[in-house]
Design a protein around this ligand. Structure first.
Ligand SMILES: [Zn+2]
Length: 179
């Protein structure tokens, strides 16, 4: 089912909902569409465009923000879809300190890696191999990460997510080396 991005009145990304739910928000005047999918729904009286992104008319106070969930998609997004060891396209997750050696499944120890590096590394640490991390892995911050972590994405959401902690989404995939 297609989904829509919901923004707070301040444009801060809030959540992802089924697009029919976003349409109801717009029709009930709780939100306005700021990007459309281009597809339409025919009702008895009119034709309405299904929104890709909506912005709430009234500000919703976000009370609780827990840590960003550690998912494969979110790790790939943080690491630019590239292997942190050799910059080849990432195909798997790697524990920098292997779990067999006490490494934890936390943002600071999980990185995206290519199949080759992951297999070579095995149960060894990077100091065993003389490898270096291009960047020190950290937990991502910013509201955009809540959206990226849901596993749903849409190119039309990118301009709305980029200012909120996902600026790298604007960068071409092979621009990381020159950045
Ligand atoms: Zn690699």
């Amino acid at each position: 089912m297609p989904h829509a991005l919901v923004l707070n009145a301040t444009y801060e990304p809030l959540c992802v909902v089924p697009d029919r739910r976003a349409l109801v928000l717009v029709l009930s005047r709780k939100a306005v569409a700021v990007a459309d999918t281009g597809s339409v729904v025919h009702s008895v009286r009119r034709v309405v465009t299904v929104p890709a992104v909506v912005r709430l008319n009234r500000y919703v106070k976000v009370v609780h923000r827990g840590p960003v969930p550690l998912t494969r998609r979110a790790v790939f997004a943080r690491d630019g879809g590239r292997c942190v060891y050799c910059t080849a396209p990432a195909t798997s997750l790697d524990h920098v300190v292997p779990r067999s050696r006490g490494g934890l499944h936390v943002w600071e120890n999980v990185v995206s890696a290519c199949h080759r590096c992951n297999r070579i590394k095995g149960d060894r640490t990077i100091s065993d191999l003389g490898w270096r991390l291009r960047v020190v892995p950290r937990p991502p911050s910013g509201p955009a990460w809540r959206i990226l972590g849901t596993g749903r994405s849409d190119p039309r959401w990118v301009p709305f997510l980029a200012p909120f902690g996902a600026a790298h989404l604007y960068a071409p995939a092979d621009a990381s080396a020159s950045a």
